[in-house]
Design a binder for this molecule. Structure first.
Ligand code: SPV
Ligand code: MG
Length: 285
């Protein structure tokens, strides 16, 4: 299912960020057809910085909770693969075992830093990163969609260099290229898409160029748009407002109409299924 979304240049797909089972269930209920297990959002919800402070096993555990909470395919942000080719293929194998549908690996050095922070974003050597991709492909084959993400624009490289990298990563077996940018306009990703001509499909993350209408991506035959961190950021505002109000009023009465009723929690986590199962297995007669 994820392959059909990420690897199609005919129809634009959208992946919604999830960082735990609850955010995954909410995204599915809203109608999204696929999820992005965001490194930034997962790290933030665990109280870590998006600088490989969370371990790969912590990531895998969260992904398992996401996978178990929805029927949607999950593309996992695998950062740089947590090391060399060996760490990357181990991560990919474990993610596959836990039910992930795809992994995105970026051509950064370990530890990475969030793309929107700081000036230092050292890139991995093309051959070394291509080895990471080949190792993952050899390990998980067609069972796991492999998205190669280049941080070359983030690192300030010229378009020619970005294209050379993308070709090397496609040669290494990437099913799609994620081109990342931190500009406030889509110009550089659209220039990439034009020059790249969809040798393999293109995935984008318009966090900073959020004003661009999605029609521009359809016109450019982009395959997939990732809304990368919006549930996590929405939750921060909602939780902050609730905390501010409760501490100021020393009570919870005024907040009640503004928060999810408990029934919604029970629905999202399918307590009705548990009740039916109790009748079936505890009280069959
Ligand atoms: C993430 O969601 O963790 C990403 C996308 O990698 S970004 O934070 O935009 O770099
Ligand atoms: Mg990330």
């Amino acid at each position: 299912m994820l392959r059909a979304q990420v690897c199609s240049t005919g129809e634009l797909s959208f992946l919604m960020e999830a960082h735990d089972g609850l955010s995954a269930a909410i995204a599915e209920r809203a109608g999204f057809k696929g999820l992005w297990a965001s490194g930034l959002s997962i790290a933030s919800s665990l109280g870590y910085r998006d600088a490989n402070e969370a371990s790969w096993t912590q990531l895998v555990d969260v992904v398992e909770r996401i996978v178990d909470s929805t029927t949607l395919p999950v593309l996992v942000d695998g950062d740089s693969g947590f090391g060399n080719f060996n760490n990357a293929r181990l991560l990919a194998r474990k993610l596959r075992q836990r039910g992930a549908a795809g992994i995105a690996l970026q051509d950064s050095c370990f530890p990475k830093m969030n793309s929107f922070l700081g000036e230092r974003h050292p890139l991995a050597e093309v051959d070394e990163f291509s080895g990471r991709l080949r190792a993952v492909k050899d390990t998980t084959g067609p069972d796991l969609v492999l998205v190669a993400r280049t941080e070359a624009l983030i690192a300030g490289r010229a378009l020619d260099d970005v294209i050379l990298r993308a070709h090397a990563f496609a040669d290494a077996g990437a099913d799609a290229i994620l081109i990342h940018s931190r500009k406030s306009t889509a110009d550089e990703v659209l220039s990439f898409a034009k020059a790249w001509r969809n040798r393999v499909p293109v995935v984008i993350v318009p966090t900073k160029y959020y004003r661009t209408p999605v029609s521009a991506y359809r016109d450019a035959r982009i395959s997939t748009v990732i809304w990368a961190n919006h549930s996590m950021r929405a939750a921060i505002v909602a939780m902050r407002r609730a905390c501010d109000r409760i501490i100021a009023r020393e009570g919870i009465a005024s907040i009640e109409p503004h928060i999810a009723p408990l029934e919604e929690v029970f629905q999202l986590l399918r307590y009705d299924e548990l009740a039916r199962a109790e009748w079936r297995y505890l009280y069959p007669d």
